[in-house]
Design a binder for this molecule. Structure first.
Ligand SMILES: *Cc1c(COP(=O)(O)O)cnc(C)c1O
Length: 411
């Protein structure tokens, strides 16, 4: 069969394999048998069929449980074989039955909220901090949901009969605060827990193994990994995946097939990228923590390539001075990015709520890329500005030199 006209492509389920192997092979297991090496990109918006009775039955089946149609997808909004490859691979990496891809991380979160409120469960319990726009979507109730913000210990008490979702991020954007996911999952009882795993990626943490029923990614970040794809994905069990596909079909937040291709390609280097960038991040954390111009460094126990730090001086000045590091929002790219959350990623969150969640005005968020760590440090070092302590030392050294010269006119 030609892959370009298949729906959920012919997925061969191999024996369990290590993460690094899945990253390279998941979603591609049928290729060699088809005489292909790179996955085909299927750009079709529609799929011809001479059997309209058959199409009616397939659409009825989708309306019932949202299962991926067997065979061609009927229409591009219902599914796409290239995107399906990425979904299969991500589900494999997160250890879930299924995954459903969307046009962006926010489209993915919107679909989850709509799927839950469609069952009458419009109340959400959430723990701050969350990514700024996620916070905004919940706080503003844009999709008709109502949120109760709490701390991890307060989750059980915050649950109501109409609670459809508990939502957390760990490590959280931008403070890198970590939660005991197992404990939070336990506190949720029968209410599904959604963990935004964008920062950790399945390389460092697999929330489904700790009790999360939904694992969300802004695939724009590490999964794509090169700053050139906007995408979102939810990994979950097949029952919830069916609901999410139905929402996606009805609301249209689909992922473009080319983006699906780029994400699948991104996944193949995900473990290598995350480990290499994490090693540099750990080294930068050591240097930042020892620097008198830095007042605080936040770095999660599970590691990773994200760092948050607070500066003694003006964070805006630092942003204006970086040269190798790119001053930009977003994260998870091969190149290093820095941004000021209070001005950009979390600007949309009310200032008091933002500060209450630990996102202070001196906080900077650094997404460490794959550059040489000494080059990165050299840039950060000059961007941090006049090293106050070193300047004192330099002045002392100058005075000492002066004294030495005064004492020894010959030298
Ligand atoms: C960026 C981000 C999002 C939103 O994803 P988009 O792809 O930008 O829509 C959600 N959660 C986290 C943790 C993020 O960093």
């Amino acid at each position: 069969m030609d892959t370009a006209t298949m729906g959920a492509y012919d997925d061969v389920r191999p024996a369990p394999r290590a993460l690094a192997t899945e990253a390279v092979h998941a979603g591609r297991d049928d290729l060699a048998r088809q005489g292909l090496h790179a996955p085909p990109i299927d750009l079709s918006t529609t799929y011809p069929s001479y059997d309209s009775r058959g199409e009616a039955a397939r659409i009825d089946a989708f309306a019932t449980d949202g299962a991926d149609p067997v065979g061609p997808p009927v229409y591009g909004r219902l599914g796409n074989p290239t995107v399906a490859r990425f979904e299969t691979a991500l589900a494999r990496l997160e250890g879930t039955e299924s995954a459903v891809a969307f046009a962006s991380g926010m489209a993915a979160l919107s679909a989850v909220l709509l799927a839950r409120s469609a069952t009458g469960l419009r109340h959400v319990v959430a723990v701050r901090p969350l990514y700024g726009c996620s916070d905004h979507l919940l706080t503003a109730g844009l999709l008709g949901t109502e949120v109760t913000w709490t701390d991890p210990a307060g989750v059980t008490d915050a649950l109501r009969p109409d609670t459809g979702l508990v939502m957390v991020e760990s490590p959280a954007n931008p403070t890198l605060a970590e939660l005991d996911l197992r404990a939070v999952a336990h506190a949720c009882g029968s209410v599904p827990l959604l963990v935004d795993n964008t920062f950790a990626t399945p390389v460092l943490q697999r929330p489904a193994e700790q009790g999360a029923r939904l694992v969300l990614h802004s695939a724009t970040k590490y999964l794509g990994g090169h700053g050139d794809v906007l995408a979102g994905v939810v990994a979950c069990d097949e029952e919830l995946a069916g609901r999410l596909r139905q929402i996606r079909f009805a609301t249209g937040g689909v992922l473009h097939p080319l983006a699906g291709y780029l994400l699948l390609r991104g996944l193949s280097t995900l473990p290598v990228r995350v480990r290499a960038a994490s090693a540099s991040a750990a080294e930068l954390v050591r240097r930042l923590a020892a620097d008198p111009r830095v007042t605080r460094v936040h770095y999660p126990r599970i590691g990773g390539a994200m760092i948050a730090f607070e500066v003694k001086g003006d964070p805006h000045e630092l942003i204006s001075r970086v040269r190798l590091v790119t001053p930009a929002v977003s994260l998870g790219s091969v190149d290093t990015l820095i941004q000021h959350p209070a001005s950009i990623s979390h600007r949309i969150v009310d200032a008091d709520d933002r500060r209450g969640a630990g996102v202070g005005d001196k906080l900077l968020r650094l997404s460490v890329g794959l550059e040489d760590v000494d080059d990165l440090w050299a840039d950060l070092d000059q961007a941090l500005g006049e090293p106050t302590k070193v300047r004192v030392r330099t002045a002392e050294a100058a005075r000492t030199a002066q004294r030495v010269r005064t004492a020894d006119p010959v030298g």
